[in-house]
Write a protein that binds this ligand. Structure first.
Ligand SMILES: Nc1nc2c(c(=O)[nH]1)N[C@H]1C(S)=C(S)[C@@H](COP(=O)(O)OP(=O)(O)OC[C@H]3O[C@@H](n4cnc5c(=O)[nH]c(N)nc54)[C@H](O)[C@@H]3O)O[C@H]1N2
Ligand SMILES: Nc1nc2c(c(=O)[nH]1)N[C@H]1C(S)=C(S)[C@@H](COP(=O)(O)OP(=O)(O)OC[C@H]3O[C@@H](n4cnc5c(=O)[nH]c(N)nc54)[C@H](O)[C@@H]3O)O[C@H]1N2
Ligand code: SF4
Ligand SMILES: [Mo]
Length: 736
């Protein structure tokens, strides 16, 4: 046995932990993983870092690794059949060229991927969309995630990223943790919150559930779901009315104070108590504690962003930092903690409809000219479409000429992770051409006309961006299956076939091209990444000792055009779909620690699969369980105006009696059958955290259990071992 040791970056969450892998070279297998001393993890790992690589061994527990292209040769109802790369590339290139010719470049939308592929492949995909197709229709899962943080903070502070670094969290004096459940979603970031607490930090947790962070915090504001902006405005009200703000900072570094002051006048905690359900005294005390320190940090996640009012809440939280001068030093500021391992990176690379790589706007003539020159084409100046509007632009386009006809879905699984799945399936059926580029069969791939299989994390080189703007290398650990190509090579081949040649030799060559075009990434060379381990953007100099910028907005100089932070004043509004007689409960959807998003990867890791399996759980307050006469483990039917699914009852006093919680990782217990497609008007993020539902008791438990088992088997057969060809007839026949 030849054993080699290789350090790489974790492929799951945005904490960006560094892992030391032991690889049996001869057997081409990883045999062990342990924490390496990375800047965010400091030698520690969570269970996914430790055990989450088994999917590379393709144990075929849930799905099957894709090992060669699959195409439908005779239209919709024909099966997916194996094809060679030349045939698959030509088919994709020719169909896209035809659709572009018939309906224009804006009838096609491509996605980036925040998962395994890395920054280089995202750069190549957005370059393909813009330079080869001629459209800014490129977007990725940040849309359903932290898009509200990006849009809101760009207005307030001029930069959408975390203003501080992960290690700085532990030296904060006050942490306001709102709508963020680190212990499940970023365990190694949560560890810094625990350390901060041990060092004397005052931790406040605002969450309708008593999460682990709530449990270790000094104050838990167990607010009603959907009331975030009422709380944020009340905190501003107390800070201003009790004169706790920093008048010098406000005068020198901000604008818009008067408008904010006028708006929040009516938001006293006493007056918002009916909306938030919070004790006014507790809210007043929170404001006083937050304003008492110059090392106050606000951390937030999906409990802020996944609302139809996400952007305004983000701005409302930025207001608090601006009022109290909590910016521009270490261990202070705002932390929208980015979710996926490389969602920061996919944004950095311009897999967004309004930005080129490096947050250079497509509507800015100077930026456009620069990229036109570099890529040798003329580029569109109109921002593209966001991916959450694809259903609208397929099923009922605002005008018939603006229809989306082709969707190239790269490393995402909208048929599992998007809201309102029935509508998503209808959309996928109605599209003229669907390309799925993935490492696994997933729910979306069943609707594809062409499936392009790629190398996985662990099988290719590249760079990821962690949640705190840290570029770090990912390295090849094992050889890929024969028959797959790297993501960037697949896209390059299609581009070349369509007459816009892209011929890169390796990931480093792509990296060098892109850092050369992005001043804020210019200093992050491969050589420096190798030597320093990480480089945090902005990093403008190639001086080997410059590791970039750990915290932003130094000396209160914001990244806005005039350098000033901007107060925003918005009124609270309720969520779009509220409880009613037929659906009397709130449904909110969250995460669980052992499984990751659509579960193609963790569901194929033996240790993690053993932690939890179908159909997942619905978290219910014991009082609700009693009124419905359901007990722990009992199968229940959860329904909304859009659909239903089965789940198991999990009685827990950690949730309020007016809301139930499900996680979105399950196929059978698929909560996105229920969620609502209402979007924030600015970020276009869906309201995954709030819709109306009801929970029904099932008398025939054996029948329900059989339904779960049969459906699970049917889906797995369809994706795994169907001898007649994978996904045969899926687009025509499948209902679920
Ligand atoms: N109800 C509900 N739904 C939600 C959410 C919620 O809170 N509630 N959260 C939303 C959020 S925040 C997010 S980010 C999304 C995530 O949703 P998705 O982005 O759809 O899910 P992921 O599991 O991250 O993986 C996407 C796909 O990438 C593939 N993949 C992994 N590595 C590679 C690679 O190297 N190359 C290629 N080509 N493919 C690869 C995986 O196999 C998988 O099929 O879900 C959203 N959905
Ligand atoms: N194990 C695991 N880790 C993951 C993922 C995974 O799927 N599995 N996904 C990754 C991704 S893509 C992301 S984006 C991150 C997300 O990580 P988090 O941002 O932590 O996401 P969630 O658990 O969806 O939601 C956070 C909290 O919001 C609360 N919440 C719900 N409604 C409200 C409200 O009205 N107000 C407030 N204040 N809070 C509310 C919920 O109770 C929940 O505790 O996790 C990443 N890490
Ligand atoms: S905290 Fe996130 S990055 Fe770190 S080991 Fe766990 S899943 Fe991986
Ligand atoms: Mo996310």
């Amino acid at each position: 046995m030849t054993v080699k040791k290789i350090v790489s970056t974790c492929v799951y969450c945005g904490a960006g932990c560094q892992i030391l892998f032991t690889v049996d070279d001869k057997a081409n297998r990883i045999i062990d993983a342990e924490g390496a001393p990375g800047h965010s993890n400091d030698g520690t790992l969570c269970l996914k870092g430790r055990y989450g690589w088994d999917f590379l061994n393709d144990p075929q527990i849930l799905t099957k690794r894709l090992t060669g292209p699959l195409v439908r040769r005779n239209g919709r109802s024909s099966p997916l059949e194996p094809a060679g790369w030349d045939e698959a590339v030509a088919l994709v290139g020719d169909r896209l060229a035809q659709i572009k010719k018939e309906s224009g470049p804006d009838s096609i939308l491509c996605t980036g991927s925040a998962r395994g592929p890395g920054n280089e492949a995202n750069y190549v995909m957005q370059k393909f969309a813009r330079a080869c197709l001629g459209t800014n229709n490129v977007d990725h899962c940040a849309r359903v995630c932290h898009a509200a943080s990006v849009a809101g903070l760009l207005v307030s502070l001029g930069s959408g990223a975390m203003s501080l670094s992960v290690p700085e969290i532990e030296d904060a004096e006050v942490i306001l943790n709102i709508g963020y459940n680190g212990p499940d979603s970023h365990p190694i970031v949560a560890r810094r919150i625990v350390r901060a607490r041990q060092k004397g930090c005052y931790v406040i947790c605002a969450d309708p559930r008593r999460t682990e962070t709530a449990r270790i915090s000094q104050k838990h504001l167990q607010l009603k779901g959907g009331s975030n902006l009422a709380l944020a405005n009340s905190l501003a009200n107390v800070i201003i009315s009790e004169k706790l703000h920093d008048p010098d900072f406000v005068r020198e570094h901000t604008k818009g104070f008067e408008e904010l002051r006028t708006l929040v006048e009516k938001y006293s905690p006493e007056r918002t108590a009916g909306i938030t359900g919070l004790d006014p005294g507790e809210v007043r005390e929170t404001a006083r504690i937050y304003a008492s320190s110059k090392h106050s940090v606000i951390l937030w996640g999906m409990g802020v962003c996944q609302f139809s009012q996400g952007v305004e809440v983000v701005k409302g939280l930025a207001n608090l930092g601006l009022l109290t001068g909590n910016f521009g030093r270490p261990s202070t500021g705002v932390g929208p903690v980015r979710g996926q391992n490389n969602v920061q990176g996919a944004c950095d690379m311009g897999a967004l409809p309004n930005y080129y790589p490096g947050y250079q706007s497509v509507s800015d003539p100077a930026s456009r000219e620069k990229f036109e020159k570099a890529w040798g084409v003329s580029l569109p100046d109109k921002p593209g479409l966001t991916l959450t509007r694809v259903p609208e632009f397929v099923l009922h386009p605002p005008d018939p000429g603006k229809k989306i006809r082709a969707y190239w879905i790269f490393g995402e699984d909208p048929a599992q992770s998007d809201a309102h799945l029935a509508e998503m399936r209808e959309t996928l059926r109605k599209l003229d051409f669907v390309v799925v580029q993935d490492i696994y069969m997933n729910k979306t791939a069943r609707f594809a006309d062409v499936i392009l299989p790629s190398t996985s994390w662990g099988e290719h080189e590249g760079v990821y961006s962690a949640c705190d703007r840290a570029f770090q290398r990912v390295r090849k650990l094992v050889e890929p299956p024969a028959g797959v190509l790297t993501d960037w090579e697949i896209i390059s081949r299609v581009s070349t076939h369509m007459g816009y040649p892209m011929k890169y030799k390796n990931a480093e060559e792509i990296w060098n091209e892109l850092v050369g075009l992005c001043p804020s990434f210019y200093g992050a060379t491969y050589e420096k990444l190798e030597k320093l381990g990480h480089v945090q953007w902005p990093c403008r100099s190639r001086d080997m000792s410059d590791a970039g910028t750990p915290y932003l907005h130094k000396n209160g100089l914001f990244a806005t055009k005039d350098g000033l932070g901007v107060f925003s004043a918005s009124e609270w509004r309720p969520p779009v779909e509220v409880e009613n007689e037929e659906y009397p409960l709130t449904l909110s959807t969250v995460r669980e620690v052992g499984h990751y998003s659509v579960r193609t990867m963790t569901g194929n890791c033996r240790t993690l699969r053993n932690l939890e399996d179908e159909p997942g759980w619905v978290q219910m307050n014991p009082a609700l369980c009693e009124s419905l006469q359901v007990g722990r483990g009992e199968l229940v039917r959860v329904a909304s105006a859009r659909g239903w699914c089965l789940s198991r009852c999990l009685p827990t006093d950690r949730v309020r009696a007016d809301a139930v919680y499900m996680t979105y990782q399950w196929w059978i217990g698929a909560c996105n059958e229920l969620t609502v497609g209402s979007l924030d008007p600015v970020s276009n993020t869906p309201e995954y955290k709030y819709c109306a539902c009801r929970v029904e008791k099932i008398d025939d438990q054996a029948g329900a259990a059989k339904h779960v088992a049969d459906e699970y088997q049917r889906l797995r057969l369809e994706m795994l071992v169907d001898p007649k060809g994978v996904g045969a007839g899926a687009r025509g026949g499948l209902a679920a």
